[in-house]
Design a protein around this ligand. Structure first.
Ligand code: MN
Length: 229
């Protein structure tokens, strides 16, 4: 490899430079946990690359700037901050809402998709879905409807709301359901155009239908079993 032929000083400087950047960055872009092409044909590799490497990365970069003005970002959990956004000082609140919301939402979204794992809801989650919606298919219809009817950009969710009821909801932009006091966040699907437009163009409902093939039901079950972290 070409790197092996660089003078050692150059290599050291290169490594030191990276190490410095690494220690300075409070927020880091998480790995997907699977290869970029692993969710094809439902989510294509190019979309996933742009979505993760550019869109999510921009939020992480934004947070690493914002943390200078709002050090609590490095001290408190994302869930704690996003659950009480009204306590964030007004000068940085929109930045926190959008960047920390994006970071938490996207991290959740990568985790709730997988090329493997259980292919359908089971156990307590399955029972709760059947009780609340009548069937898994009806629940999917409700989540899809929440996603399709979200005007502009946002997210569709399956949550256990503050009353303890399983609900399909949507949020705008990078808002999370955490500020609604939800007890559980079970599923999230990104309905921003950047999540699907390269492959599905304007057909958001086709993306939503295909997205269910990627759901990590093991992760959904563990999300249903414990409070968001
Ligand atoms: Mn997105």
């Amino acid at each position: 490899m070409a790197l092996g032929f660089l003078p050692s000083l150059g290599r050291e400087r290169f490594i030191v430079g990276n190490a410095h950047a690494e220690t300075q960055a409070v927020f880091k872009l998480p790995d997907l946990g699977y290869p970029f092409e692993a969710l094809e044909p439902h989510i294509d590799s190019q979309t996933l690359h742009l979505h993760h490497d550019r869109h999510h990365a921009a939020a992480v970069a934004g947070l690493n700037v914002l943390v200078e003005k709002y050090p609590d970002l490095a001290k408190k959990s994302a869930v704690a901050i996003l659950s009480e956004l009204d306590k964030v000082q007004e000068a940085v609140r929109a930045g926190v809402r959008n960047n920390l919301g994006s970071h938490w939402n996207h991290s959740f979204y990568w985790d709730i998709m997988t090329p493997g794992g259980a292919k359908e809801a089971a156990g307590d989650l399955r029972s709760a879905i059947d009780a609340a919606f009548g069937s898994v298919a009806n629940m999917m219809d409700k989540v899809n409807a929440a996603g399709v009817t979200r005007l502009g950009s946002g997210w569709a969710w399956l949550v256990v709301d503050k009353r303890g009821e399983l609900q399909a909801i949507s949020t705008q932009n990078q808002d999370t359901p955490l500020e609604q006091g939800v007890r559980r966040v079970v599923l999230a699907v990104d309905v921003w155009e950047h999540a699907y437009y390269l492959k599905y163009q304007n057909k958001r409902s086709d993306y939503l239908k295909a997205w269910w093939n990627t759901v990590n039901w093991d992760k959904a079950a563990s999300n249903f079993a414990r409070a968001p972290a």
